[in-house]
Design a protein around this ligand. Structure first.
Ligand code: PGA
Length: 254
C-alpha cells in the first residue's frame, strides 16, 4: 500500500447472484458498521439486476456499489446494453470497465474501454479500469509492454485519483488459483505507477492501483503488504461475506 492512499477491497460478483445473495451483502455491510470495521474501503460490483435492491437494502452506506460494465453512450438503441446513467440511477458509484472477460468474450478494444471510462465519468461515477497480460504475453516477456499499451489506450486523458481506479489483473491468474510472486506484483505495480506518472503527473501518485486474480483470505496478507498495491479486486472470494471480510481484515481493523 502506498502510505497516503486509503486502501480499497473491491468485489466483482460477475454473472453470479440473485436476490437471495443480498444476505451476503448485508453481512458485509454489517461488519463495516460495527465499532471496529476493517481499515479499508469496500466496494461490491454487482450484476446490474441487483444494484437497485442492494441500494435499497444498504443505502448510500460505507459499502459502495458498482456495475461491471457500461455502454459508451448514455442512451439509445442498443438492445441488452446498460448505460452509466442507469447504473447511477440504480445506486452505483463505480463501474468496472475493460475487465479481461469483457475484452476476451466481447472483443473489447482499448479504444472502446477508453470510451466506456469516459461514459462512466460523464455520470460522475468512478471508473475501475482493468488491465493485464495473458499467459502467452507473459511467456513471451511482454508483460510490461502490454500494460504500457493498455494504459495508453484504455485510460482517457483527464484521469484523476478521484475518478479512476486501476486494477492490474493478470489474465492467467483470474479464477485459476495462480498468482504472480510478490516480487512480480511489486515490479508490475511500480511500472504501472510510473507509466501513469508519465501521463498524469500529480494524480498518478494518489490513484489506487488494485491487484486482482485469485485473491483469497489465505494470500491477502501477503498481497496487500506489497508496495504500490492499494487494495484488491476480488472475484470468486467476494461471493461469500466471510471470505470477503477476511480479505478486508488483511488491513486490520480500526
Ligand atoms: P478471481 O477474479 O478473484 O476469481 O480470480 C478476479 C477478477 O476477475 O476480478
Amino acid at each position: 500500500m502506498t502510505s497516503a492512499i486509503r486502501p480499497l477491497i473491491a468485489g466483482n460478483w460477475k454473472m453470479n447472484g440473485t436476490s437471495a445473495s443480498l444476505a451476503e451483502l448485508r453481512s458485509i455491510a454489517g461488519a463495516f458498521s460495527q465499532a471496529h470495521p476493517p481499515a479499508c474501503d469496500a466496494l461490491i460490483c454487482l450484476p446490474a439486476t441487483l444494484i437497485a435492491p442492494a441500494h435499497g437494502a444498504l443505502g448510500d452506506g460505507i459499502v459502495k456499489l458498482g456495475g461491471q460494465d457500461c455502454h459508451p453512450q448514455d442512451k439509445g438503441a442498443h438492445t441488452g446494453d446498460i448505460a452509466a446513467p442507469m447504473l447511477k440511477d440504480a445506486g452505483a458509484s463505480h463501474v468496472i470497465v475493460g475487465h479481461s472477460e469483457r475484452r476476451t468474450d466481447h472483443g473489447e478494444s482499448d479504444a472502446l474501454v477508453r470510451a466506456k471510462a469516459e461514459a462512466v465519468w460523464r455520470s460522475d461515477l468512478v471508473a475501475v479500469i482493468c488491465i493485464g497480460e495473458t499467459q502467452d504475453q507473459r511467456d513471451d516477456g511482454e508483460t510490461l509492454d502490454v500494460l504500457r499499451n493498455q494504459i495508453e489506450g484504455s485510460v482517457p486523458a483527464g484521469m484523476t485519483a478521484s475518478n479512476t481506479i486501476i486494477a492490474y489483473e493478470p489474465v492467467w491468474a483470474i479464477g485459476t488459483g495462480l498468482t504472480p510472486t510478490s516480487d512480480d506484483i511489486r515490479k508490475v505495480h511500480a511500472h504501472i505507477r510510473a507509466r501513469l506518472a508519465a501521463h498524469f503527473e500529480g494524480e498518478a501518485e494518489r490513484v489506487r492501483i488494485l491487484y486482482g486474480g485469485s485473491v483469497k483470505p489465505d494470500n491477502a496478507d501477503e498481497i496487500v503488504a506489497i508496495a504500490n498495491v492499494d487494495g484488491a479486486l476480488v472475484g470468486g472470494a467476494s461471493l461469500k461475506a466471510r471470505d470477503f471480510l477476511a480479505i478486508c481484515e488483511a488491513y486490520g481493523t480500526t
